[in-house]
Design a protein around this ligand. Structure first.
Ligand SMILES: [Zn+2]
Ligand SMILES: [Zn+2]
Length: 129
């Protein structure tokens, strides 16, 4: 009853085959004829899935006026337990030794051994470089 049919993809303009069995399948479900070839349909589906997920939720200090001039921005300076600090009122500061210049550094998180800690001067210098 159905015969294979060539349709033109609305996206890429290529002809693709709307097979007899597909036509049967579509007719049973009252679908309209496909307007796109299989690969364009697949890529649109993938794009839709990609935009649904994610959200990122990345914490950005950019614009979130921090009294600590630039700490936390850029993401390279990841600090454990730092998120939510803004809800805790005055920020707790920890004293550590700057890995670069050896001076005392005040950092807004508990310094973990093995991770370099920089004073605000060195941190700014490194970011500005
Ligand atoms: Zn196409
Ligand atoms: Zn330093």
């Amino acid at each position: 009853m159905y015969t294979d049919k060539n349709l033109t993809c609305a996206d890429c303009g290529q002809e693709f085959v709307f097979t007899a069995s597909e036509q049967d399948f579509y007719a049973q479900r009252n679908f309209t004829e496909p307007r796109r070839c299989a690969s364009c349909r697949a890529s649109r589906k993938a794009a839709r899935n990609a935009s649904d997920g994610g959200g990122g939720g990345s914490y950005s200090a950019e614009g979130g006026s921090s009294s600590y001039g630039g700490y936390g921005a850029g993401g390279s300076y990841s600090a454990g337990g730092y998120s939510g600090a803004r809800d805790r009122g005055p920020r707790e500061m920890f004293t550590a030794t700057c890995s670069n210049c050896g001076r005392d550094a005040q950092v807004p998180f508990r310094p973990t051994s093995g991770k370099p800690v920089y004073c605000s001067d060195c941190f700014r210098t490194m970011r500005g470089a």
